[in-house]
Design a protein around this ligand. Structure first.
Ligand SMILES: [Zn+2]
Length: 692
C-alpha cells in the first residue's frame, strides 16, 4: 500500500443527489463502508477528515420540481435536510456534510474553471442544440423526447417513440438529440428549433497518458472492477468533454453575450469534496486547514463510491486535479457494485425500495449496519433479503454477541456484587482465549486496511463466538460452587473480552459500543484506542454499570409486513393510478411480441409462510412445470385454484420473492378498491397455447 507511513487521511463519500431519499442500496455503496473505514482509522489514532454533502445541481432535480409544481430550491432543501438527518441517525460520522448550492462551492468551482481557462487548458467550441422557442431555453438531454433513430443489430430500426435526448430505453444506445426523429420539448410540447451555442470543453484526451500511468501505478491495490472499467475507457481513447451547458440551474458561468450558462454537473459536483472540506475548516476558524488534506503530497486520499461513478473518480476528477496542479490524487477508489433488494433492482417508481428513513422508524441503526456490512457488494452485486436481515439480527447479534455479554454481566452482578472479580491464576484455556484478542484485532485491521469490510466484520464476530465458547467450556455456573476462585477468573476474563469487543465492534456497531460502555460502568467521555483491546484493561474491583439487553429479537410478523409492502403503492398514490390513470407510453407490435403469454394450469397452490399476500403456485405449461409466486392470497383460497387455467407471462426472468423462486407471472386485473380477478380463458383450451 502506498503512503502507509502518513497518518493524515482524507476520506470522501460520493455526494448523493438531493432529489430523493437515500435508500439501503446507496448506504451499502459509498457510505457505510467509508464510515467503517473512518471509524477504524480514528481508533488507530490517525488524523482523518471525512467529507460528504448533497449534489444539488442535477438536471433530474429540475424535472422533479416541474413534476411536483414546486421550485428546484424546494426539492433540494427538502432532501438535503432529510438525507442529512437519516445519515446522522444511521451513525454516519461525517466531519462535514455540505451542499453544492452554497456560495463556498460556487466560488470553489468557478475558481477551478477560471484557473484552467487562464492557463489555456479549456477549449471553446461552437455547436448546434435544440431550443424551445416557447420556453425560451435550450433543451438539455432529458428535456427533449422523440423517436429513436438507431438500427438494431439485426438491421431493423429501433423507432422507440419516447426516447429521451440522452439515451434510448429500448435499444440502450446513447442519443444525439439533434438526430431524434420528430423531437418534442418536454417542457411545452412544441417542436424545438436548432440554434447555435458555444461551450467550454475540458481536453480529457490530453491526459490519456498520465491517466494510464496513474491507473497502472495503483493496479496492485485497486479493486478489479475499478481497474477493468478504467482500462476499458482508456482503451477506447478519452475525448474532450463539455463542461458548460445552457441552463439556469447550477453554478453560473459568466458569458460575453449574456446567455445563461452553468458548469456541467460532472465537472462541478466532484469539486464539492473540496468546498465541503473548506466549509469544515472555516467552521472551526482555521480556514486554511483544508489545504493540509488536499494539497500535502503525503495525504492518503480515499474516495468511496458506487460502481456508476468509477470513471468520474478514477479518470475525470484526477485529470481535473492534474490540470489544476498542487492537489493529491485518490490513492484508492473502493467502488462497490450494486446492492439489490429481494432479487430486483431498487426502484422508487415501482415502490421496490427501502428508504433509510423508513427503516429507522422501526429498527435500531446497528442491526442494519451489521447486516449490510456482511453483505457488501464488494466484488459482485448482492441482494438484501429481509429474512437474512432477521437472521443476522437474531442469530448473530442477539444470540452470539448479545447473549455472551448478557450472561457475563448478569453473572458478575449476581455473584460478584457487580464488580470485576480478581483475575487469579490463569490456566491454559484462559491464556489461549486472551491471546485471540490481539490476533483477531490484527486480522480485522488487515481486512479494513485492504477495504475488505465483509471479511473484517465477520472476523470481529468470530471473537464473540470464541468468547461464548470460552464461557461455556469454563462452566462458571459449576465452578461458582466447586471452585469460586476459578469462577472469578472466568468472569474476569469474560468481562475483559466484553471490553475488547466494545472496541473492535465500534466501527460497525457504534451505538452498541456506546451501550456496552455504560454497561461496563464507564462515563460518556470514556475514550479508547484500538490497541487497548489487545489485552485485559479492566482493573479488579471496577464497578460495572446497570444491566441492559442489547438486542431485541425481530419477529416473523414484523419482517412479513415489510416484505408484503414491497412493490405496493402507498394508499394516497393508488387513487392516481387506477382505472383513470393515464395510459403508459405507446409501444410497437415488436415490443409486445417480446412477451410470451401462455395458457397454464395450476396443479399446486399453497400459502407462503408468514406472508399474507403471497401464494406459491405450480403450473403446467404444455409439457413444462413452473413455480410461480403470485400476490393473490388475499383473494383466492389455495384449494380453489387447483385445476384452474390462467394466463401467465412465460418468459419473465426468474426472481426470488420472500426467498421463494418465481419463474413467471400470473395475469390478473385489479380495480380501485383492490378487488382482484385472475384472467381465465373463456373456453377450455390446452395448456401451453399461445396468448396474443
Ligand atoms: Zn432505440
Amino acid at each position: 500500500m502506498t503512503d502507509q507511513a502518513s497518518s493524515r487521511i482524507l476520506v470522501t463519500s460520493a455526494l448523493p443527489y438531493a432529489n430523493g431519499p437515500v435508500h439501503l442500496g446507496h448506504l451499502a455503496g459509498a457510505y457505510l463502508p467509508a464510515d467503517i473505514f473512518v471509524r477504524y482509522q480514528r481508533l488507530r489514532g490517525r488524523d482523518v477528515v471525512f467529507i460528504c454533502g448533497s449534489d444539488e445541481h442535477g438536471v433530474s432535480i429540475l424535472l422533479s420540481a416541474r413534476e411536483e409544481g414546486v421550485s428546484p430550491r424546494d426539492i433540494i432543501d427538502r432532501y438535503h435536510q432529510r438525507n442529512k438527518e437519516a445519515f446522522e441517525k444511521i451513525g454516519m460520522s461525517f466531519d462535514n456534510y455540505s451542499r453544492t448550492s452554497l456560495p463556498i462551492h460556487h466560488e470553489t468551482a468557478l475558481e477551478f474553471f477560471h484557473d484552467l481557462k487562464e492557463k489555456g487548458i479549456l477549449k471553446q467550441r461552437k455547436e448546434k442544440q435544440l431550443f424551445d422557442e416557447k420556453a425560451g431555453m435550450f433543451l438539455p438531454d432529458r428535456f427533449v423526447m422523440g423517436t429513436c433513430y438507431h438500427l438494431r443489430s439485426d438491421g431493423t430500426k429501433c423507432e422507440y417513440p419516447t426516447a429521451y435526448g440522452d439515451q434510448c430505453e429500448q435499444c440502450g444506445n446513447s442519443i444525439d438529440p439533434l438526430k431524434l426523429i420528430d423531437p418534442v420539448s418536454v417542457l411545452t410540447g412544441t417542436k424545438p428549433t436548432v440554434r447555435e451555442t458555444t461551450h467550454w470543453y475540458f481536453p480529457l484526451g490530453d491526459y490519456q497518458e498520465r491517466l494510464e500511468q496513474y491507473v497502472e501505478e495503483h493496479a496492485d491495490v485497486w479493486r478489479e472492477n475499478v481497474l477493468q472499467q478504467c482500462r476499458s475507457w482508456l482503451k477506447e481513447g478519452l475525448e474532450d468533454r463539455p463542461i458548460t451547458r445552457d441552463l439556469d440551474w447550477g453554478v453560473p458561468v459568466p458569458t460575453d453575450d449574456g446567455s445563461k450558462k452553468v458548469l456541467y454537473v460532472w465537472f462541478e459536483a466532484v469539486l464539492g469534496y473540496i468546498s465541503s472540506t473548506k466549509e469544515w475548516a472555516a467552521k472551526q476558524e482555521t480556514p486554511d486547514l483544508w489545504k493540509e488534506y488536499w494539497c500535502k503530497p503525503d495525504t492518503r486520499y480515499i474516495a468511496f463510491i458506487g460502481k456508476d461513478n468509477i470513471v468520474f473518480h478514477c479518470l475525470m476528477f484526477p485529470a481535473m486535479l492534474m490540470a489544476k496542479g498542487g492537489y493529491v490524487l485518490p490513492e484508492n477508489v473502493p467502488a462497490n457494485e450494486f446492492l439489490n433488494l429481494e432479487g430486483r433492482k431498487f426502484s422508487k417508481s415501482r415502490h421496490w425500495t427501502i428508504d433509510l428513513e423508513e427503516y429507522l422508524e422501526e429498527f435500531p441503526p446497528d442491526l442494519l449496519r451489521y447486516a449490510l456490512a456482511l453483505n457488501f457488494p464488494e466484488t459482485k452485486d448482492t441482494d438484501f433479503y429481509w429474512k437474512d436481515f432477521q437472521a443476522r439480527s437474531n442469530n448473530e447479534l442477539a444470540d452470539i454477541l448479545g447473549n455472551f455479554i448478557n450472561r457475563t454481566v448478569h453473572f458478575a452482578h449476581k455473584h460478584f456484587q457487580g464488580k470485576v472479580p480478581p483475575p487469579g491464576e490463569l490456566n491454559e484455556r484462559d491464556r489461549e482465549f486472551l491471546a485471540t484478542f490481539q490476533a483477531t484485532a490484527d486480522s480485522v485491521a488487515q481486512s479494513y486496511e485492504s477495504y475488505r469490510f465483509r471479511e473484517g466484520v465477520g472476523r470481529t464476530m468470530n471473537l464473540a463466538r470464541a468468547a461464548n465458547k470460552y464461557f461455556n467450556d469454563s462452566e462458571p455456573w459449576v465452578t461458582i460452587k466447586s471452585d469460586p476462585v476459578r469462577c472469578a477468573t472466568t468472569i474476569n476474563i469474560s468481562l475483559q473480552a466484553i471490553h475488547s469487543l466494545m472496541i473492535f465492534f465500534e466501527p460497525v456497531l457504534p451505538f452498541t459500543s456506546r451501550d456496552i460502555r455504560s454497561l461496563l460502568g464507564f462515563p460518556e467521555e470514556y475514550t479508547f484506542h484500538w490497541e487497548i483491546g489487545y489485552s485485559p484493561a479492566l482493573v479488579e474491583g471496577h464497578q460495572l454499570g446497570e444491566q441492559k439487553i442489547l438486542f431485541e429479537k425481530i419477529s416473523d410478523e414484523v419482517i412479513a409486513k415489510y416484505v408484503d409492502a414491497l412493490g405496493r403503492l402507498p394508499a394516497e398514490e393508488q387513487e392516481k393510478t387506477w382505472p383513470n390513470a393515464p395510459l403508459k407510453s405507446m409501444i410497437t407490435i415488436d415490443d409486445f411480441g417480446k412477451i410470451d403469454l401462455r395458457i397454464a394450469e395450476i396443479f399446486e397452490a399453497e400459502r407462503i409462510k408468514k406472508s399474507k399476500k403471497l401464494l406459491r403456485l405450480k403450473v403446467r405449461i404444455g409439457e413444462h412445470e413452473r413455480q410461480i409466486v403470485a400476490g393473490i392470497a388475499e383473494h383466492y383460497e389455495p384449494e380453489s385454484l387447483i385445476g384452474k387455467r390462467v394466463v401467465v407471462v412465460a418468459n419473465l426472468k426468474s426472481a426470488k420473492l420472500f426467498g421463494v423462486e418465481s419463474e413467471g407471472m400470473v395475469l390478473a386485473a385489479t380495480n380501485e378498491d383492490g378487488e382482484l380477478t385472475l384472467l381465465v380463458p373463456e373456453r377450455d383450451i390446452e395448456t401451453g397455447s399461445i396468448v396474443k
